[in-house]
Ligand binder design. Structure first.
Ligand code: CU
Length: 433
């Protein structure tokens, strides 16, 4: 039993909740416990939505840069640079606002099945310790979650206890779950605000001591253009010209730790299914991602997550498996190593072998990769155990390593949890035998 002191020494903050060392039961005893499930809803037929995405991948992208943006750039950075920036995007046949392929034009975002206007509400008494179990269960949406006025202490991720880390905000994608503790000290209402990564809409609810009270709902943050940090300079792209983007001074976090990894692209990556390849990936885990950098709030990153108890298997990888997340935005094809599911053959793991897996993102979108049946133990860039996950979000141009012990026999799915990416082919079968 206990170890409140242990926790205090680790977190260096006052913890009101009772922390126990569980035999089987929960480590955290909260006064209240709410599930907060986030989702996206459309009345349209999903296959019609998919057909439109196939026809024109930016059909639903309402944040396309306008002539006004261009003139603003021209006055901010000079005409030549603005032209060059515009030219780069045109030549790349990509849109800098391709943050999410579906938006509020298609979806209504729900909290526990309730629209923002419906305002899902959880009650509390001042001073209570409340556990919020956030589940990201949209089909195609990343949510950025915060509760203005309250700090959130993340205590569990994908059902695995982590060393508590206190933040203002976290991002999560379909399949990921984050449990946080909040301790409201005042008799006032708080808004649980979950804006989408694409910044077109939000899910929202209220924590309140009293049903009469509501809190202000924040404005949605402005959408940010993808930057160098999301693409990393030397990536291979036919005709891509990064001048004009190189000195914009924004969002360069992670640039100063350019890894010197040797990147091999599979032969199958050189085909019509792939429109971009990253040769200088970033391996750091401390980037909160597009739209969350330098926003004045403490935003959780994977570097902050440390699963309590360490890895389930002390072995290092006996062999290495490298898999690239690939796509062609224009054609709306999504694949692994340039092969859509229909063209691929299963990946084989020997029963009980320990494999070091590398996921390398050659696209400009974040993909929540879910390996069924087996745990993925994420490693820091230095190779130390970081956190145990079932779903791993891999950011644009990011390369993440993790260890897998193939301890469950059978056929398993491994796929991007964005529904339309999965359906388009970002899916592999894994066979453990
Ligand atoms: Cu994806």
């Amino acid at each position: 039993m206990v170890s409140l002191t242990f926790w205090l020494s680790r977190t260096n903050r006052h913890v009101w909740c009772h922390i126990i060392e569980p035999a089987e039961s929960d480590r955290i005893k909260a006064d209240r416990d709410y599930v907060v499930q986030l989702s996206d809803w459309t009345d349209k037929d999903p296959m019609d939505v998919f057909a439109k995405l196939k026809k024109q991948s930016d059909y639903y992208n309402y944040n396309q840069p306008t002539a006004i943006d261009f003139f603003k750039d021209a006055s901010d950075m000079g005409l030549e640079k603005a032209l060059s920036k515009r030219r780069m995007w045109n030549r790349a046949r990509m849109s800098p606002t391709d943050l999410a392929d579906l938006s509020a034009a298609t979806y209504t975002y729900l909290m526990n099945g309730t629209t923002p206007a419906g305002n899902w509400t959880g009650l509390f008494k001042r001073g209570e310790c409340i556990r919020l179990r956030f589940i990201s269960s949209g089909t195609q949406t990343y949510f950025d979650v915060r509760i203005p006025g309250l700090k959130m202490t993340v205590v569990q991720v994908d059902g695995q206890d982590v060393e508590p880390v206190t933040v203002d905000e976290f991002r999560f994608g379909p399949g990921e779950t984050y449990d946080v503790i909040v301790e409201p000290k005042d008799d006032r209402a708080y808004t649980i605000f979950a804006q989408t990564l694409g910044r077109t809409g939000y899910a929202r609810g209220t924590l309140t001591p009293n049903l009469e009270l509501k809190a202000e709902v924040p404005e949605i943050d402005p959408a940010e253009w993808l930057t160098m940090a999301d693409m990393m300079g030397a990536m291979m792209h036919d005709g891509m010209d990064m001048q004009g983007m190189q000195h914009n001074g924004h969002n360069m976090k992670g640039m100063n730790r350019m890894p010197t990894v040797k990147v091999n692209h599979a032969k199958t990556e050189y085909g019509p299914s792939v429109d971009m390849r990253v040769d200088t990936p970033r391996t750091n885990l401390d980037d909160p991602g597009i739209g969350l950098r330098n926003n004045g709030r403490k935003v959780l990153t994977y570097a902050d997550l440390h699963t309590i108890g360490g890895p389930i298997d002390q072995r290092d990888g006996e062999r290495e498996l490298e898999l690239h997340l690939t796509g062609n935005m224009e054609r709306y094809t999504w694949s692994l190593d340039g092969l859509e599911f229909g063209q691929s053959t299963p990946i084989h793991f020997k029963h009980n072998e320990r494999v070091r897996v590398i996921l390398h993102n050659d696209t400009m979108m974040t993909h929540p990769m879910h390996l069924h049946g087996l745990w993925s133990e994420v490693l820091s860039p230095g190779g130390d155990f970081q956190t145990r996950r079932h779903t791993i979000s891999v950011q644009p141009a990011q390369r993440i390593s993790f260890l897998v012990t193939a301890d469950a026999l059978g056929r398993w799915a491994w796929h991007c949890h964005l529904l339309y990416h999965m359906d388009a082919g970002m899916f592999r079968e894994v066979v453990v035998a």
